[in-house]
Write a protein that binds this ligand. Structure first.
Ligand code: NG6
Ligand code: CA
Length: 505
């Protein structure tokens, strides 16, 4: 009997230690391999978020992430347009190294080499389940895509276990969702055809049928009409598969929530690539008119709501303490990007670029300096960081976190910075806008001379095309108003030399 009690005590004691060990192991496991969600807005500007100074627009959920996490004042997208930025984010390689990394049409081939290292591949090697929901815009297939069959290669071939995407942009055909390489809800009897050069006989275009439009085009965007909205590119068929623009935010949100619920028991990486506030801006009727700034403001409010709903899902599933969130945007803001949608007329006092000069497409700061927030309950202490960081750095930094040796060419390991434990960011960064590059080092920015209009006639944004070198010191001149190239010849030379060295390497 005595023996028995002793045995029980011993056994239960052992069980207890074992449980403790297991718990400890799980805790270390969790602190090394939390779930990771990158929430990536499309064209959201530095000044579009309350936490970054917006006063005319309410973004309570983004603000909450900023308040409880690290807000980066010097966080950069890799490029001032979408495709190259996403390329940089997912590969950790500067897009200007790849001549094809430009805004892609909806029928472009896959831009990322399937043998190339990517963020989802690196995480998958470390046991993550990986998913993308939302905007892709990195090309699909190898050339002529047959949209009625398995569309490959695509996200699933560059590291994502699961994908639910739009191929390119909301304003480009094909206007359908693609789930793991198959067009969702496609009726084989009504096959899809896509062409970016010529229309299909008998299909209405915006040029010929303006009476069919519920949203008018201002520049470009005058090809096929889908859901009363004129698009870039021509498309035929696929009626049952076509998205309803006003439901897109809800659709992607639900897919993102389902992804989380399905994979809550493994570490997961979710790339939640929101389509807002890119054109065409089509808020759900619940949000139409809510911002007072027109549809552009409304879809930012809608995107913010989606983020709040996603957080609720994390809370409901008990994942709040175990999920690292990075919120950012693929490039800076634009008002008129090709449709008449009141973005300019109803802007009022709102400043989408905040204090920065330029916007989307621009080499000036507002092209690439974007909202950049990291959040991880209990692991990232609330704060603000002025460290220079790029979305390029996410790959190597997260690799370090999960214990992976992977480091890619241009991605710096800045985990401590992203976690708010160090202010030692990058020493320098190459900025890109439509294949033009500029160079940041410390507080200095060098913009080489480029031919081309100073201001884009289409989008009315200062592009950063200067007749001579531009040299700015952002410490005293965040708005880049004072070109110091002539008054600081030595600094100019030093910057030109450093830039040449960096681009050679
Ligand atoms: C431009 C489009 C613009 C937008 C952009 C891509 C025209 C005239 N303009 O070519 O509306 O779609 O491409 O934006 O067609 S991005 O955020 O995906 O880079
Ligand atoms: Ca974009």
């Amino acid at each position: 009997m005595r023996f028995c009690i002793l045995a029980i005590l011993l056994t239960s004691g052992w069980a207890c230690t074992s449980l403790n060990n297991q718990h400890q192991q799980e805790t270390t496991q969790n602190t090394k391999t939390p779930n990771i969600i990158i929430i990536y807005a499309d064209d959201l500007g530095y000044g579009d978020v309350g936490a970054y100074g917006a006063t005319e627009l309410a973004t309570p959920h983004m603000d909450q992430l900023a308040r409880e996490g690290m807000l980066f004042t010097n966080g950069h997208a890799t490029s001032a347009t979408c495709t190259p930025s996403r390329y940089g984010l997912l590969t950790g390689v500067y897009p200007w190294r790849n001549k094809d990394a430009k805004i892609l049409p909806g029928d472009a081939p896959l831009l990322i080499d399937t043998s190339q290292m990517t963020l989802p591949k690196m995480l998958r090697e470390k046991g993550y389940h990986t998913g993308i929901v939302g905007k892709w815009h990195l090309g699909l297939g190898r050339g002529k895509v047959n949209w009625n069959q398995h569309i490959t290669p695509g996200p699933n071939e560059v590291g994502f276990d699961h994908s639910y995407i739009m191929a390119a942009t909301q304003d480009r055909v094909p206007t359908v969702y693609i789930e793991n390489g198959y067009v969702a809800h496609l009726d084989p009897a009504d096959p899809i055809a896509v062409d970016y050069v010529k229309n299909f006989p008998g299909e209405p275009t915006a040029l010929e049928h303006p009476e069919m439009l519920k949203m008018k085009w201002e520049h470009g965007h005058n090809n096929s009409i889908v859901n009363g909205i004129p698009r870039i590119g021509f498309m035929k068929g696929g009626a049952s598969a076509k998205w309803v623009d006003e439901n897109m935010a809800d659709t992607f949100l639900v897919k993102a929530q389902q992804y989380i619920e399905l994979h809550k028991n493994t570490p997961f990486f979710l790339y939640y690539a929101l389509q807002q506030p890119h054109v065409p801006r089509t808020p759900h009727p619940r949000f139409a008119g809510t911002s007072g700034l027109g549809p552009r403001g409304d879809v930012i409010v809608e995107a913010d709501w989606c983020i709040g709903e996603l957080m609720k899902t994390l809370e409901k599933e008990g994942l709040l303490e175990n999920t690292l969130i990075i919120l950012s945007s693929d490039n800076g803001p634009v008002l008129n990007d090709g449709y008449y949608d009141d973005a300019v007329e109803k802007l009022g006092k709102h400043k989408p670029a905040g204090p920065l000069r330029g916007g989307k497409y621009s080499l000036f700061e507002a092209g690439t300096r974007v909202p950049f927030i990291t959040w991880w309950k209990g692991h990232i202490q609330p704060g603000k960081s002025d460290a220079l960081v790029s979305q390029l750095d996410i790959l190597s930094s997260l690799a370090a976190m999960v214990g992976s040796e992977v480091r890619t060419r241009d991605s710096q390991q800045l985990l401590a910075v992203l976690m708010g434990k160090s202010q030692e960011g990058r020493a320098d960064l190459v900025l890109e806008a439509s294949s033009r590059t500029a160079y940041r080092q410390g507080d200095w920015v060098l913009i080489p001379p480029y031919k081309g209009p100073a201001v884009s006639a289409q989008v009315n944004i200062e592009l950063g095309n200067l007749p001579k070198y531009g040299l700015y010191n952002l410490r005293d001149d965040l708005g880049q108003q004072n070109n110091l190239a002539e008054s600081h010849p030595e600094k100019l030379k030093e910057m030109i030399d450093s830039f040449a060295t960096v681009k050679r390497n």
